[in-house]
Design a protein around this ligand. Structure first.
Ligand code: HCR
Length: 382
């Protein structure tokens, strides 16, 4: 029988949702799903997952060599995966369908300076609605590190699972004491959403992703689920290789949602079993109408309280307002202007580092942060 985890009254709408995704590929976010699978959180909040262990992010700046910096970047990256891909299961019981952000939706947050790690600020903007694309900029000024990226998805259906190819990439920039800058191109793993039949979806990561440094150091991360390497879910194996060499200088293996080890020394490499630090935000009363938690607050309240009639009425209001806005723009011959990001057709850093990686495709567009957000995140006072 379908949907052990589906409330009895929603079983038939879950069955038709599954049928429709099986014969569909493209933008899942726009599809109507039964209420039990809806999340009250918009996709614009997801970039915060990159920094929920802020001390690992800031530690990158303290590396004493290019080799050590590549190790610390890999350590930080692997430590973000648990939040990125399992936190809805932990918080909401299963993976859920996030709110589909509107064009221009914003999310601001920060992690305060504690123990000299410096304050890290987060700026997120929904830069496209069709297809959904989210751009983000995360910066720790005191430490001289910043992450700029954008995220979109292409979905397809295979063997009862949804396959999500992540489109976009992230660039981590580290200012070094000698005035040099080191850049890292971070590519994103492919996702498989399993457990759909039972109505309790969860993510498994597949294939390979890379972190290519401008110094030539390269991390290659292979993801496997049950039945591979260790036979366990959420397994990975990461190899760091020296500039110009494909031999492994360091190899790590383990579970990205628990712990991993250096296979030569047996030393712990990553450990995400301790609590993470969620992003700090500003009170809703102080937020702008375009800020995600304010924009979606009545929809989110409806979903959280099981009042789906209110949730869908409020969602309808937002969508109608958006439709009207697009019509008005068309009539006036104007276009929506992005607030914090500028679109460019080809990212020069991706192109340069992609060559070292032999990345396919050789060029990608990107959204460049305009460095124009000075008013909100309070800077730590001495
Ligand atoms: C695929 C997904 C939306 C995109 C989410 C992304 C890829 C966004 C960028 C983050 O850095 C990482 C990330 C994590 C999420 O696992 C992934 C979402 C999982 C489900 C959601 C679909 C659009 C909704 C599918 C509906 C199902 C659950 C029935």
């Amino acid at each position: 029988v379908i949907g052990e985890a589906v409330p009895p009254a929603q079983k038939s709408s879950w069955a038709s949702f599954l049928k429709s995704i099986a014969s569909f590929s493209g933008d899942l976010s726009s599809m109507t799903a039964p209420p039990f699978i809806l999340s009250p959180i918009s996709l614009t909040e997801f970039p915060a997952y990159w920094c929920e262990r802020p001390e690992l992010f800031s530690a990158i700046a303290d590396a004493r060599s290019d080799e050590e910096r590549s190790m610390l970047v890999l350590k930080w990256f692997i430590s973000t995966l648990k939040g990125q891909y399992t936190s809805r299961n932990e918080k909401l019981g299963s993976e859920k369908k996030p709110l589909n952000p509107v064009l221009g939706e914003l999310f601001y947050g920060y992690w305060p300076d504690i123990n000299g790690r410096g304050q890290t600020n987060l700026v997120v903007e929904q830069v496209s609605h069709h297809p959904p694309i989210t751009a983000y900029y995360i910066e720790n000024k005191a430490k001289g590190i910043a992450l700029q990226g954008h995220s979109a998805q292409k979905t397809s259906f295979s063997g009862g699972s949804i396959i999500v190819k992540q489109i976009g990439h992230a660039i981590l920039t580290v200012n070094l004491p000698n005035g040099r800058k080191e850049e890292f191109l971070i590519t994103l793993p492919k996702l498989r959403i399993d457990g759909l039949w039972y109505g309790s979806p969860y993510i498994e990561l597949c294939d390979t992703s890379y972190i290519q440094s401008s110094t030539g150091w390269l991390s290659t991360i292979e993801y496997k689920g049950k039945g591979y390497f260790s036979g366990k879910s959420h397994s990975f194996k990461a190899v760091i290789s020296r500039p110009g060499s494909s031999n492994a200088a360091h190899t790590y293996e383990g579970l990205w949602h628990l712990t991993s080890k250096d296979i030569k020394t047996g030393a712990i490499f990553t450990d995400v079993t301790s609590p993470k630090e969620e992003v700090s935000t500003y009170p809703i009363e102080e937020q702008d109408d375009w800020e995600t938690r304010r924009l979606w607050r009545w929809v989110a309240k409806g979903i959280r309280e099981g009042d789906f009639e209110t949730a869908s009425k409020e969602k309808g209001k937002i969508e109608n307002e958006q439709r009207q806005r697009r019509k008005d723009e068309q009539a006036a011959g104007t276009q929506w202007e992005l607030k914090h990001f500028e679109h460019i057709d080809s990212d020069p850093i991706y192109e340069r580092l992609g060559k070292l990686l032999k990345a396919n495709p050789p060029t990608e567009d990107t959204y460049v942060y305009k460095h124009n957000y000075h008013d909100h995140p309070p800077q730590a006072t001495a």
